[in-house]
Ligand binder design. Structure first.
Ligand code: MTE
Length: 320
C-alpha cells in the first residue's frame, strides 16, 4: 500500500468547487490497514487486481455523492474501463497491461517561454502546492461518461511557479515514451508521444487540475500515474496521462487526435451537445455502467457558468 504524505495546506484554503474529504482520517485508516487490518473483501468484490499497484478502496467513498449531485462511479469502473493507448486500444487493456510501468521516481521537464525552465522532480514540483479532492464528470468523445473523485492541484499553481513570459500563449503537454514498459508504444498505433495542449487562460482556470490521485489514493498506472491533466469541461482525450514535459509555446500546438484525424477532432474539444462528432451525435451520453445513452449531455459538461466566458464570441462549430 502506498501512503501519501498529508497535504501541506489546511482544508480551509480549499476552493468552493472542491469537495473536501477528511484526509487525516483517511491517512489514519490507511495506516491502520497497513498495520495489519485486512482489506475489506466486500470493498473489493468483483474487482480484479488490475496491476501490482492495486490499493484498498476507502469505504467512506462507497456511498459518497459529489457536489454535482450525481453518484460516483465505482473505483472498479474508474480503473478498469480506460483509454490509454500506450497500453493497448481496448478499454480493459490499460488495467491489464500497465503492471510493468514504474511511475516513481518521476521528473517533469518544463521548458519554452518561461523564466524558470528545468527538469523538476515531481515531489519538489509539488512541494508547497495545495492538494485537493475534486469530483468531476469525465465525458468521453465516444459518449460515455463517469463521475470521478480526483485528487490533485490546480495547474495554475505550477504555472505561476515557473513564471511564463509574455509570449506564452499555449501549453503543450507530452506523455512519457517508454516502449519497454508500455506495450502499445511498440506499435505505431498513434504517433508517440501523446501530445495535448491548452490555451493559457484555460490552463490558468481554477477547474483545471493536474491529478496525482483518484478515490483518495495515488493514481493507478492505467489512469495516468503519476501525473495527468483533468479539464472537466472538455472531452476526455484532453486529459493527457503520465505527463513528462510541459512547454510554454507561442502557437497553438497540434494535439495527438487532431494530428490523427483533424476532420473529427479539434484543439478545443469543449463538451458541446449541439456540435456532433462527424460519425455520431454528442447530444446524449451513456453514464457507466449503463448500456444506454441515459443522460442528456450538458454544455461544457455542466461547467458552463464557470467557463463559458473563455469562449465568448467564438464560433464553437468551427473551433470544435
Ligand atoms: N493519455 C495518453 N497518454 N494516452 C491515451 O491514449 N487517452 C485519452 C486520455 N488521456 C489517452 C490519454 C482519452 S481518449 C480519454 S477518454 C482519457 O484519457 C481517459 O481517462 P481515464 O482512463 O482515466 O478515464
Amino acid at each position: 500500500m502506498i501512503i501519501r504524505r498529508p497535504p501541506d495546506i489546511p482544508s480551509s484554503e480549499i476552493t468552493p468547487e472542491s469537495v473536501y474529504v477528511d484526509r487525516r482520517k483517511f491517512i489514519q485508516a490507511a495506516a491502520a490497514g497497513a498495520a495489519g487490518l485486512a482489506v475489506n473483501p466486500s470493498a473489493l468484490a468483483g474487482l480484479q487486481a488490475p496491476t501490482a499497484q492495486s490499493q484498498e478502496i476507502p469505504p467512506r467513498f462507497a456511498n459518497m455523492r459529489s457536489e454535482i449531485d450525481e453518484a460516483l462511479n465505482s473505483y472498479e469502473a474508474v480503473t478498469t474501463y480506460n483509454n490509454f493507448y500506450e497500453f493497448g486500444t481496448a478499454k480493459e487493456d490499460p488495467a491489464r497491461n500497465s503492471g510493468d510501468f514504474n511511475p516513481r521516481p518521476w521528473k517533469v521537464t518544463i521548458g519554452g517561454e518561461c523564466n524558470k525552465p528545468g527538469e523538476y522532480d515531481l515531489d519538489d514540483l509539488m512541494s508547497g502546492i495545495t492538494m485537493e479532492d475534486r469530483v468531476y464528470r469525465l465525458r468521453c468523445v465516444e459518449a460515455w461518461s463517469m463521475v470521478i473523485p480526483w485528487y490533485g492541484f490546480q495547474l495554475s499553481s505550477l504555472i505561476n511557479r515557473v513564471e511564463p513570459t509574455g509570449n506564452a500563449n499555449f501549453l503543450m503537454f507530452k506523455t512519457i515514451v517508454r516502449p519497454e514498459e508500455m506495450p502499445g508504444q511498440r506499435q505505431a498505433i498513434l504517433n508517440w508521444p501523446y501530445v495535448e495542449g491548452l490555451r493559457m487562460d484555460e490552463a490558468m482556470h481554477p477547474l483545471t487540475i493536474l491529478a496525482t490521485g483518484v478515490y483518495g489514493m495515488d493514481l493507478p498506472n492505467q489512469n495516468g500515474a503519476p501525473l495527468r491533466l483533468v479539464v472537466p469541461w472538455k472531452y476526455g482525450f484532453k486529459g493527457v496521462k503520465s505527463i513528462v514535459s510541459i512547454d510554454f509555446v507561442e502557437r497553438m500546438p497540434l494535439n495527438t487526435w487532431q494530428r490523427q484525424n483533424s476532420v473529427e477532432y479539434g484543439f478545443y474539444a469543449n463538451v458541446n451537445p449541439n456540435v456532433s462528432h462527424p460519425r455520431w451525435s454528442q447530444a446524449r451520453e451513456r453514464r457507466l455502467p449503463s448500456l444506454f445513452k441515459n443522460h442528456p449531455t450538458t454544455m461544457f459538461n455542466g461547467y458552463a457558468e464557470q467557463v463559458q466566458h473563455l469562449y465568448a464570441g467564438m464560433d464553437l462549430e468551427r473551433w470544435k
